[in-house]
Design a protein around this ligand. Structure first.
Ligand SMILES: C[S@@+](CC[C@H](N)C(=O)[O-])C[C@H]1O[C@@H](n2cnc3c(N)ncnc32)[C@H](O)[C@@H]1O
Length: 265
């Protein structure tokens, strides 16, 4: 199904999931980051390519002048409805256009494309268009799907990166990120440029399944596993409390450099 059909079919459900989900609302998270970027800028003329139901455009229009463009009729209908509920000041500053972003026209101080770029067949078409739309010194804010995450999430995508021989390149790019300081969780942590895996490599390692099998062979019945100090990257790189709340959930075994097994004879 192409993007146009997909978003016409799923517009309402997509908006519900992206902006109203109680579990993890990616739409709100992206909107927060984009609005933060533009909160310090003087009033700008912004093109929102693939504006969807206009959540970001309407928020930006509190301060900036925004043109939202989308090829999904359903999305534009929701955006127009949401606009009708906005303040007169916001309504004056935002316009929604129903057309493919490839047909966008005009000159803008900034272009945003959130959740859109990866639906386009070619990178080049997108960047050519953005260049045409931007005034000199213009700003582009674009979201992309992070391929590095394939090496962290450990899924079929990780296997595919290995099979297609891209894994090494991706791991090297990730290791470049293990530098400097990280601010978050109300603390600032020093992270280390180099992880010494040599000493760890000398010690024997087991997978949870391996240990279970050996224990079984020797007459032990498996009860539970606990991932010790789950963390998403190597501990010398990021020494924090980690995701300890997950210690007794199975996924902690994928996130821990050690685990504790509970067995019974
Ligand atoms: C994932 S939604 C994101 C909506 C909005 N940017 C947001 O973050 O809430 C992607 C939107 O891009 C639109 N889109 C995808 N390809 C497009 C194209 N070639 N021209 C215009 N809109 C497009 C879809 O119709 C959909 O509304």
């Amino acid at each position: 199904m192409d993007a146009k059909k997909y978003f016409n079919k799923t517009a309402k459900a997509w908006v519900e999931d992206a902006y109203n989900s109680k579990i993890y609302s990616i739409g709100h998270q992206r909107k927060k980051i984009v609005c933060k970027i533009f909160s310090k800028e003087p009033k700008m003329k912004i093109a929102d390519l693939g504006c969807g139901a206009g959540y970001i455009a309407l928020e930006l229009a509190k301060r900036h002048e925004v043109v939202g463009i989308d090829q999904s009729k359903k999305m534009i209908e929701i955006a127009e409805y949401r606009k009708s509920l906005a303040s007169p000041q916001v309504r004056k500053q935002v316009n929604f256009l129903y057309k493919p972003l490839q047909k966008a026209e005009g000159k803008f101080d900034a272009v945003i494309a959130i959740g859109v770029f990866y639906y386009l067949k070619k990178d080049l078409v997108f960047f050519k268009l953005v260049k045409k739309l931007l005034k000199p010194n213009g700003k582009l804010v674009v979201s992309a799907r992070n391929r590095l995450f394939n090496m962290v999430s450990i899924t079929e995508r990780t296997l595919k990166e290995i099979k297609t021989k891209n894994a090494e390149r991706l791991v090297k790019e990730i290791m470049q990120l293990y530098k400097g300081k990280v601010k978050g969780l109300k603390l600032e942590v020093e992270i280390h440029p180099k992880i010494n895996t040599k000493s760890d490599a000398e010690l024997r390692q087991h997978t949870p399944n391996d240990l279970k099998k050996i224990a079984k062979r020797h007459g032990f019945r498996f009860l539970n596993y606990y991932g010790v100090h789950p963390h998403l990257i190597a501990p010398p790189v990021f020494e924090t409390k980690g995701l300890t709340e997950f210690e007794s959930s199975p996924v902690s075994l994928a996130w821990s450099s050690q685990f504790i097994g509970e067995f019974k004879t």
